[in-house]
Write a protein that binds this ligand. Structure first.
Ligand SMILES: Nc1ncnc2c1ncn2[C@@H]1O[C@H](COP(=O)(O)OP(=O)(O)OP(=O)(O)O)[C@@H](O)[C@H]1O
Ligand SMILES: [Mg+2]
Length: 617
């Protein structure tokens, strides 16, 4: 993620080279084809100029000496032929470019998608990741770079031809042409750079504006926006952010336009002087009429081409900077795979899970979310993790899953450091349901089958996983069974209740049949009877498996082998339910509070067979 807005010429060139290398990878024939077309078109412009001078000379001969028109006719015929050929080449180039750009767009988006999935999870907690991604997406504008760079190359070739023609008459004319081009060139380059710096600065504001806009038009916040009457507040907020962005842009463009006006005026003056020079050469008898006309034409065309080049260059410069962001994003280091996957092959993670002195800091946070956490989990042991909100339970789970890199300390699976295990190997053996699990707006089959995506077609396994959580009850009622679409986002989709979604998410974890199971409070929206049944099934399923159960319901702790109690990122107590009650510490305090709550809100034992509420100790 490049925050610096300064760019050296070497960066510029290396980005341009990367872009062309990308095009070469995407379609070598397309790239060569379009280069050939541009070369031919540049050659055609110079040939056209040559033909004009021949034609004017020939016509002036016809007028002054009464020669027959046949010579002029032949030249005109050639000109027509050349124009038709040029139009043909232009069309061909259009076709090649369209396909080349589409292929390049696909290649870039494909790589961006792959890159996003390779990045460690920790990037997704960083605002600068989203800024960089936002700019990298805009970098697809860097496809404009291709257009602009080809146009520039073509124009440069044409101008070089003209330049040779003009310099052939008088070097001062050629020098004048250069003086003419310089100011507009410099102004446009600077404008390109300023636009980019502005974009870098504006990205966070632009993202915020987009976010607030989504709150207004999206589904997620629609209920609360109406309930709390937030629309006026958000509209006002969005307007402010929009104009904060827009004013800076308009200001820059205004300055650019004023500068360009100055440059245009200067160009007119230099242009006038050059025309005067041409006329003077004419009066000295050093030019034929044909040459005079051809030179005027060459000069005017070169002038226009140079102006076009300088604005294309500005565009290219700006887009190279976008492209730099794109390549910077694509080159972010992905999740590292150790050279040798040292996790023993086979189905089981052997032995003990060992956490030693874990420290984890979220990026940009000064207080560690985990500090000095050490514990051991034996294979097949069932562990509950409890603690206040923000105690670090979910963070601990994500570290154990290898989703976050530790700031300090070590996690070992069967004695092997997590850092030397291929993350994909590790995750094959672990399954989890997160607190904020995903509700895929796809079919039931996919929602459950994603637990082990290569077994999507295994209906028996789907049925088993759905039955374990009780999800089968409502799946049976859906018109297309496992192939019913879920969620309200697409036509024909069926929205579920939160508790039903949770059952689907837990079924997904079952479907994986992994050795280590992590359940991060996924039952909060279930009715108590279902919740008890889910835990009962869960513990049954987890028989012989290593299990980590994060829960605020302390009742479940009685059914586990050991309880870890967390507070402010530290592991403060561990032991069995009885041991911890005896200890009379944090766990006992939490348990007493929950018991009291149950006693004062419920008059009698829980209805389920499995005692979850704390008053059934
Ligand atoms: N993505 C994040 N970026 C920065 N800080 C975070 C992030 N996620 C959590 N935290 C912080 O880390 C600490 C631990 O959070 P964690 O989610 O692990 O708590 P928890 O014990 O799971 O809480 P809860 O019971 O509410 O689920 C909290 O102080 C929280 O503010
Ligand atoms: Mg949590």
């Amino acid at each position: 993620m490049q925050k610096d807005s300064h760019m050296r010429t070497t960066d510029l060139l290396s980005t341009l080279i990367k872009m062309y290398r990308l095009l070469w990878t995407v379609s070598p024939f397309g790239l060569l084809g379009t280069i050939a077309c541009r070369l031919l078109l540049a050659f055609q412009s110079i040939a056209h100029l040559y033909l004009i001078s021949l034609l004017v000379n020939s016509v002036s001969q016809v007028i002054t000496t009464g020669q027959p028109l046949s010579e002029a006719g032949r030249i005109i015929l050639l000109q027509v032929g050349l124009s038709i050929a040029a139009a043909g080449i232009q069309s061909l180039d259009g076709i090649i470019m369209t396909s080349l750009k589409m292929k390049a767009k696909f290649h870039i988006e494909d790589r961006m998608a792959q890159q996003s999935s390779r990045l460690p999870l920790v990037y997704f907690d960083r605002p600068d990741y989203y800024d960089s991604f936002h700019r990298a997406t805009a970098s697809q504008n860097s496809l404009l770079l291709i257009d602009a760079s080809f146009s520039i190359a073509q124009s440069l070739l044409t101008v070089a031809g003209y330049f040779v023609v003009i310099a052939g008459f008088h070097w001062m004319l050629a020098a004048g042409l250069l003086i003419f081009a310089a100011p507009s060139f410099i102004v446009n380059m600077q404008l390109g750079q300023k636009r980019f710096i502005q974009m870098i600065m504006q990205t966070p504001v632009a993202r915020k504006a987009q976010y607030v806009f989504t709150l207004l038009v999206g589904r997620e916040a629609a209920k609360e926006v109406r309930l709390f009457g937030l629309s006026a507040y958000f509209i006002e907020r969005w307007r402010g952010l929009f104009w904060q962005n827009a004013k800076q842009q308009v200001g820059l463009e205004r300055r650019g336009i004023a500068l360009n006006w100055g440059v245009d005026s200067l160009n007119s003056l230099v242009g006038g002087a050059l025309m005067l020079g041409l006329a003077w050469l004419g009066t000295k008898g050093r030019l034929t009429l044909g040459q005079y006309v051809a030179l005027t034409e060459a000069f005017t065309s070169a002038k226009n081409q140079l102006m076009a080049i300088s604005s294309s260059l500005a565009l290219m410069y700006q887009n190279i900077l976008f492209a730099r962001e794109l390549f910077a994003f694509l080159e972010l280091p992905g999740e590292e795979c150790p050279l040798q996957a040292s996790l023993p092959s086979g189905d089981r993670i052997e032995g003990i899970i060992d956490a030693e002195d874990l420290v984890f800091n979220y990026p940009g946070q000064s207080n560690p979310a985990l500090s000095s956490v050490s514990f051991r989990i034996r294979a097949g042991e069932k562990i509950a993790v409890v603690g206040d909100n923000g105690a670090g339970k979910s963070t601990l789970a994500k570290c154990l899953l290898g989703l976050y890199p530790l700031s300090q300390g070590a996690i070992r699976f069967g004695g092997i450091d997590i850092g030397s295990i291929d993350p994909n190997e590790l995750r094959k053996k672990i399954t989890a349901v997160f607190q904020d699990f995903v509700r895929y707006q796809l079919t039931v089959r996919e929602n459950i089958g994603f637990g082990s995506v290569d077994r999507l077609a295994d209906d028996d396994r789907l049925e088993e996983a759905a039955a374990k959580t009780g999800a089968s009850e409502f799946i049976e009622g859906l018109a297309d069974g496992f192939d019913s679409l879920l969620g309200p986002m697409f036509d024909g989709g069926r929205e579920l209740s939160l508790g039903q979604w949770q059952k689907i998410a837990i079924s997904r974890a079952y479907f994986r049949r992994a050795e280590v199971v992590v359940l991060d409070e996924p039952t909060a929206s279930m009715d108590p009877i279902t919740e008890a049944a889910v835990y009962e099934n869960f513990l049954h399923m987890a028989e012989g498996k290593t299990t980590l159960l994060i829960s605020h319901r302390l009742g479940v702790c009685k059914a586990v082998d050991r309880i870890l109690v967390m507070k402010k990122g530290r592991l403060i107590e561990q032991g069995t339910h009885e041991e911890l009650l005896k200890l009379g510490g944090e766990y006992a305090r939490m348990y007493q509070i929950q018991s009291k709550w149950y006693e004062s809100t419920e008059n009698g034992p829980a209805k389920s067979g499995y005692s979850l509420s704390a008053n059934h100790a």
